[in-house]
Each structure stands twice: as C-alpha cells, then as structure tokens.
Design a protein around this ligand. Structure first.
Ligand code: ADP
Length: 222
C-alpha cells in the first residue's frame, strides 16, 4: 500500500501513522521529522530549512522533492509507505506522481483527516514534543511547568517553536492556501478518503482501517 496521510497541522496524522505501521508493516515517511533530524545533526540542509520551519512557512518545493525522491528509493519503501507531511503543494504531488510512475507504482489512497480550525489551534497549543525523538504529547496548560520526560527515550519535552500560537495560526493559513488544493487534486484521481478527524483516536483509527480494507478488497476483486 502506498498511502498518504493528509490534513492540517494538528489533524492527527502522526498519531494515526503509528497504528498504520503496525497494521500494514510499511514505513512511515514523515517529512517534518526528517527535517528536524537534519537540524539536530547540524547538516547544511538542516541549516537551510530552519528559518522556513520556525516561521511556519513551507520549505521550497525543490528541496522537498529531492528529499522524498531519495527516500522512496530506499529498500524499506519497496513494498509501500505512509507519507505524513508530503505532498504539501500541487507541485509536490505532481512530482510524486511522476516519480512513482517511473517506479511502476502509484498512490493507492489519500486519507484526509478533517478537523476544524479551532480544534487544531487547541490541540497544537497543548502539544509538546521530545527534543531527541519527536514523540508527541498533550498536556493541560497547568502541567506546562512540570513536564515529565519522554516515555520513549527519556528525552526532554519542549514546545516546538512552530507550535507557538502566532505561528500555529500562520501554519493553518499556509495549509489552506497551499495544501488544501490537494483535496481537489486527489478527488479528481478518486483517491481521497474523507475522514472526520475530530472523533476519538480509536474511532479515527477504526474508520481508516475499515476504508483501507474495503479498498484492498475492491482491488483484489478487480
Ligand atoms: P505537522 O506535523 O505539525 O503538520 P510537520 O512536522 O509535518 O508539522 O512539519 C513542520 C514544518 O516542516 C512545516 O511547517 C514546514 O516548514 C516543513 N515541512 C515539512 N514537510 C514539508 C513539505 N512537504 N513541504 C514543505 N515544507 C515542509
């Protein structure tokens, strides 16, 4: 399965990716995490993307397209992948389609997690991330002064610079302007699975699983 998890920042893409990896045994390719890893490692690319990310702007298409092309060639992506955070523009989606075409593959489904602006802002303003592994947590404001360590690797939890309220609002605007046009792009390809991302984590997971099994059955019977 070649899947795209699609939605605004805070829609729950990362949360749902975890269970999809376990179900389908395919790797998650989260471009935001890849970029943050480059920054932690202090690479030239990490340096180059820093200011875009911290301002809540998109990293230029040419950089992102090169990163994803290289990643898709890796052996672990041979039997499928879950993209989280890519594509974010129509140019990225077109480049992805061209690359997959060259490899004799295609996107099977685009799972769109639909969430209202207010809920996105609420979720992101309570989101804390591990500085070393990017695991994500939610805490009430009164807990902010007394955060635990990351339960995955014991790392320090912090609020990502781009999760600050003024940047969050801008990221949602960037999503609406540059990324939301992909809804039409993938609807025209009959690949969009429109899911209510405001249900509980378990209900969203169940809905995704149900739709993907229906798709697999459909594909098998053709
Ligand atoms: P979230 O999970 O909250 O949506 P990400 O971790 O996916 O955020 O992305 C963080 C930042 O990394 C984005 O705001 C953007 O600056 C950059 N980024 C990640 N993926 C892309 C992409 N496909 N195109 C352009 N910029 C990207």
């Amino acid at each position: 399965m070649n899947l795209i998890l699609f939605g605004a920042p805070g829609a729950g893409k990362g949360t749902q990716t975890g269970s999809l990896i376990d179900t389908y045994h395919i790797p998650a390719i989260a471009t935001g995490d890849m970029l943050r890893a480059q920054r932690r490692a202090g690479t030239a690319l990490g340096e180059q993307v820093k200011s875009y990310m911290d301002r809540g702007e998109l990293v230029p298409d040419n950089l992102m397209i090169d990163i994803i092309k290289e990643r898709l060639q890796k052996p672990d992506a041979k039997n499928g992948f879950i993209l989280d955070g890519f594509p974010r523009t129509v140019a990225q989606a077109e480049a992805l389609d061209r690359k997959l075409d060259q490899l004799g593959r295609r996107v099977d489904a685009v799972i769109y997690l639909r969430v209202s602006r207010q809920v996105l802002i609420d979720r992101l303003s309570h989101r804390y991330s591990c500085r070393t592994c990017d695991a994500v947590y939610n805490f009430a404001p009164q807990q902010a002064g007394n955060l635990p360590r990351c339960s995955v690797d014991g790392g320090d939890l912090y609020q990502r610079p781009d999760d600050r309220p003024e940047i969050v609002a801008h990221r949602i605007d960037v999503f609406l302007k540059h990324t939301a046009p992909l809804i039409d792009y993938y609807t025209a390809q009959h690949k969009l699975e429109n899911i209510d991302g405001q249900m509980s984590v378990d209900d969203v997971r169940a809905d995704i699983t149900r739709r993907l099994s229906a798709l697999r059955k459909g594909a098998g019977s053709r």
